[in-house]
Design a protein around this ligand. Structure first.
Ligand SMILES: Cc1cc2nc3c(=O)[nH]c(=O)nc-3n(C[C@H](O)[C@H](O)[C@H](O)COP(=O)(O)O)c2cc1C
Length: 369
C-alpha cells in the first residue's frame, strides 16, 4: 500500500516552493461577469488552498488580444479592474499558504462572432475559414502573430507584478497554440507551417517572449495535450522520438514544468511501456511534470461533462496513482472535477476521510463555488 501522504510532501521546483503535490487543474467556470474575478472567485480558490491544494492553476484567463476569448464571463488577464480582482485572489491563496499561477489563454479559431468583449471580432487562427461567403475565421498574419506573442509576454509580466507564483501557457486541447501545433488545423506554407519545428515556432516565440519579460527565475508551466476538442484521437507525437522533437524546443525556449494533459492518467502513452504522457515527458526532457486525468475518479470522461451529458464518475482509490508518484514517474498531480465538486477533496484524502468523497455528476455540480 502506498501512503497518501506522498501527495502532501512539500516540493521545491526552482523558485517555486510547493507545500503539497496536489495541483488544482485549470477549469473554466464562466463566473466572472465583465471579465473581472469577484469575491466569489476569491473565495472559490481560497477554499481549495486552505484544504491542501499546493498549487492552484486558475481557470483559463484571456490575454489582451481582441480575439482571445471564446466564452461568456471568462476572466480577463488585462485591464486594471481584472488585475485588481486577481490580486485579491493571490492574497487570499497566499494567506492560506498556497501557491497560484494563472492559465494564460487564447482560444483561436474556437471563437465565434458574437462573443464578448467585441461581438464583431471573428475567431483568429492559423487558417482562414469562410461560411456563406463570410470570413468567420481570420488567418493570422505576421503582425497578428507578433501582437499575440506580445500579449502573452505582457500578461506574464503583469502576473509577476501582482504576486502570482508563475504562469501557465495554455498550449493544449485545440486552442490557438495547439491549432498551430496540429497539422489538422495548420496547413500554412510559411515558416509557421509544415514541419513540427515550424508548427512549434509560434509557441517557441511566445515562451521566449514570456521568459524575456519575467527574467530567468519566474516559473513558466506549459500545458499541452495530444488530444484535441476537434478530434479526441488526434496525436502530435506517435513515438517517444517525435515527442522529444516536439517538446525540446519548448524547453530550450524557457519552460520549467510541463503539464501533460490526458483524460486518464493510467493510460500508457506509447507501446512497450506503462509510462503515461507525463512520465515520458519527464524522462525525455528531464524537466518536472504534472500528470492529470480522472484522478480520484473512475474512467468516465470529463469531455462528456463538457458536452452536457449526464455521466456519473464514481470515486476511485488512489493506489495506482500513488505507486506511479512513488516511482517518480511525475512530480505533481493535477485534479479537476474532484476538486470542483468538493473544495475539501485534498484534505479528505490527507486525513483518511475517503469515505466522505462524493461521486461526480453534472447535476451534483450545480452552481458550486
Ligand atoms: C468544467 C471544466 C472546465 C475546464 N476548463 C479548462 C480550462 O480552462 N483550461 C484547461 O486547460 N483545461 C480545462 N479543463 C480540463 C481540466 O483542466 C482537466 O484537464 C480535466 O478535467 C481532466 O481532469 P479531471 O479528470 O480530474 O477532471 C476543464 C475541465 C472541466 C471539467
Amino acid at each position: 500500500m502506498n501512503d497518501p501522504q506522498l501527495l502532501f510532501k512539500p516540493l521545491q521546483l526552482g523558485t517555486l516552493a510547493l507545500p503539497t503535490r496536489v495541483v488544482m487543474a485549470p477549469m473554466t467556470r464562466s463566473f466572472s461577469p465583465g471579465g473581472i474575478p469577484n469575491e466569489k472567485v476569491v473565495e472559490y480558490y481560497r477554499k481549495r488552498a486552505a484544504a491542501g491544494v499546493g498549487l492552484i492553476i486558475t481557470e483559463g484567463t484571456t490575454v489582451n488580444h481582441c480575439a482571445a476569448n471564446g466564452y461568456p464571463h471568462v476572466p480577463r488577464f488585462y485591464g486594471q479592474d481584472a488585475l485588481a480582482g486577481w490580486k485579491d485572489v493571490v492574497s487570499a491563496v497566499h494567506a492560506e499558504g498556497g501557491k497560484i499561477i494563472p492559465q494564460l489563454w487564447h482560444v483561436g479559431n474556437v471563437r465565434r462572432l458574437g462573443t464578448e468583449p467585441d461581438a464583431s471580432v471573428p475567431g483568429y487562427g492559423p487558417m482562414a475559414q469562410h461560411k456563406d461567403g463570410k470570413e468567420i475565421i481570420h488567418a493570422m498574419t505576421q503582425a497578428d502573430i507578433d501582437e499575440v506573442v506580445a500579449a502573452f509576454a505582457q500578461a506574464a509580466q503583469d502576473a509577476q507584478a501582482i504576486g502570482m507564483d508563475g504562469i501557465e501557457i495554455h498550449g493544449a486541447h485545440g486552442y490557438l497554440i495547439d491549432q498551430f501545433f496540429w497539422d489538422g488545423t495548420n496547413q500554412r506554407t510559411d515558416q509557421y507551417g509544415g514541419s513540427m519545428a515550424n508548427r512549434g515556432r509560434f509557441a517557441v516565440e511566445i515562451i521566449s517572449a514570456v521568459r524575456a519579460a519575467v527574467g530567468p527565475d519566474f516559473p513558466i508551466v506549459f500545458r499541452f495535450s495530444q488530444w484535441k476538442q476537434q478530434d479526441y484521437s488526434a496525436r502530435l507525437a506517435q513515438t517517444p522520438a517525435e515527442l522529444k522533437a516536439f517538446l525540446q524546443p519548448l524547453a530550450d525556449a524557457g519552460v520549467d514544468i510541463f503539464h501533460c494533459s490526458t483524460r486518464r492518467f493510467w493510460e500508457p502513452e506509447f507501446a512497450d511501456s506503462e509510462l503515461n504522457l507525463a512520465g515520458w515527458t519527464r524522462q525525455l526532457i528531464n524537466k518536472p511534470t504534472i500528470t492529470v486525468g480522472s484522478v480520484g475518479l473512475d474512467g468516465s470522461e470529463f469531455t462528456s461533462f463538457l458536452a452536457g451529458t449526464e455521466e456519473v464518475a464514481q470515486p476511485s482509490n488512489l493506489e495506482g496513482l500513488l505507486s506511479r508518484l512513488a516511482a517518480e514517474e511525475f512530480d505533481l498531480v493535477a485534479v479537476g472535477r474532484a476538486l470542483l465538486l468538493d473544495p475539501e477533496w485534498a484534505a479528505k484524502i490527507r486525513d483518511g476521510r475517503d469515505s466522505e468523497v462524493q461521486p461526480f455528476s453534472r447535476s451534483a455540480l450545480g452552481t458550486l463555488y
